[in-house]
Design a protein around this ligand. Structure first.
Ligand code: ADP
Ligand code: MG
Length: 313
């Protein structure tokens, strides 16, 4: 393609909210064989909502929720924000409401009702840990609890499995090293997600999903969206390895993601596409920025590349 054609395509992209950083990535997009989607915030809306909260000990519900919210108050994770919003609502209105957490509203909830926590740590791909009144609280997935030697009863395990089979993420809570309760969190698919997956397949592109979430939830979401190839329980650093594994035979790989988690994978991909509503780090690592937070623009980007480079050859 001539420099003029590249410039025109870049302009057409920009008008559609598809920002292209450089002619090389514009050229590579037409050759994409695999599109690897991050799950949370990319295929899903990233608006996590607590849909269930079950206490398995004698602890009072309000206290349980306040403990969990206090532990998550310093978390940057969308799951933490959803929990905080749910507990906040319960605290002030004494009822459970399926309101969703968004990326910006956590600050609104830190006013007086939470317990003081010490030694907070966020454990990527696992959850959070901190201490309240000298007692340890762990909030996260099975892996987190298992690594800390917390016993998970059959009753708890069954409840978590039930959540996961309906595409929800089960978050386990241990207080003072006893499994105290479980939260179920839903994050619906973006409206256009299945249509885009189907569209890619028709173009001969293989859609793949990668996530840090557990296998059962991942499979349930993948089934809903129509993706067959799933990589789950991938630690944040592992997403780039997944990209490389698809590149091994020389295939051109696109990665679509939104989170800090995704930036190494976006950088490793031949074509990195950041969702514009995502984090700055992801946007920096990507070749494309999809400003409209609409997955149809993955197809727009590939089409634009095809039109620019096929015609003039
Ligand atoms: P994703 O690829 O879906 O963005 P992450 O790597 O961020 O996943 O997280 C993987 C899993 O770790 C989550 O599904 C959740 O079970 C657990 N987790 C991570 N952060 C938190 C948190 N702040 N609170 C509870 N659980 C968490
Ligand atoms: Mg994400």
């Amino acid at each position: 393609a001539t420099p003029t054609a590249v410039m025109v395509a870049t302009g057409v992209g920009a008008n559609n909210g598809v920002l292209i950083k450089g002619g090389d990535s514009l050229e590579r997009a037409q050759m994409v064989k695999y599109v690897i989607f991050d799950k949370t915030g990319t295929l899903t809306q990233g608006k996590s909502t607590v849909t269930a909260a079950k206490v398995f000990t004698g602890m009072e519900r309000g206290q349980f929720l306040t403990l969990v919210a206090s532990a998550e108050a310093s978390s940057e994770h969308p799951l933490g924000k959803a929990i905080l919003q749910y507990a906040h609502h319960f605290h002030f209105f004494d009822e459970c409401s399926p309101t969703s957490g968004t990326k910006s509203d956590a600050g609104d909830f830190k006013s007086g009702w939470l317990y003081d926590v010490s030694d907070f740590s966020a454990l990527p791909g696992r959850g959070v840990q901190c201490f309240i009144d000298g007692k340890r609280i762990l909030v996260g997935n099975r892996k987190l609890l298992e690594e800390n030697g917390i016993d998970i009863s059959t009753e708890v395990e069954n409840f978590v499995v039930e959540l996961e089979e309906s595409a929800k993420t089960g978050i386990l809570v241990a207080y003072d090293d006893v499994l105290t309760g479980v939260l179920g969190i839903a994050d619906p698919l973006k409206r256009e997600a299945s249509v885009v997956v189907e569209g890619l397949r028709k173009m001969g592109v293989v859609p793949v999903m990668v996530t840090g979430d557990n296998w059962r939830t991942a499979q349930a979401v993948a089934k809903e969206v129509g993706i067959e190839d799933v990589r789950a329980e991938v630690m944040p650093a592992g997403k780039a390895d997944v990209v490389r594994s698809f590149q091994k035979d020389g295939s051109i790989v696109a990665m679509v993601g939104d989170g800090i988690n995704d930036s190494p994978a976006l950088a490793a991909a031949d074509v990195g596409m950041a969702i514009g509503a995502g984090t700055d780090v992801a946007i920096e690592a990507a070749n494309y920025v999809l400003m409209r937070d609409n997955l149809e623009d993955v197809i727009t980007a590939i089409d634009l590349s095809k039109k620019t480079f096929f015609r003039i050859r």
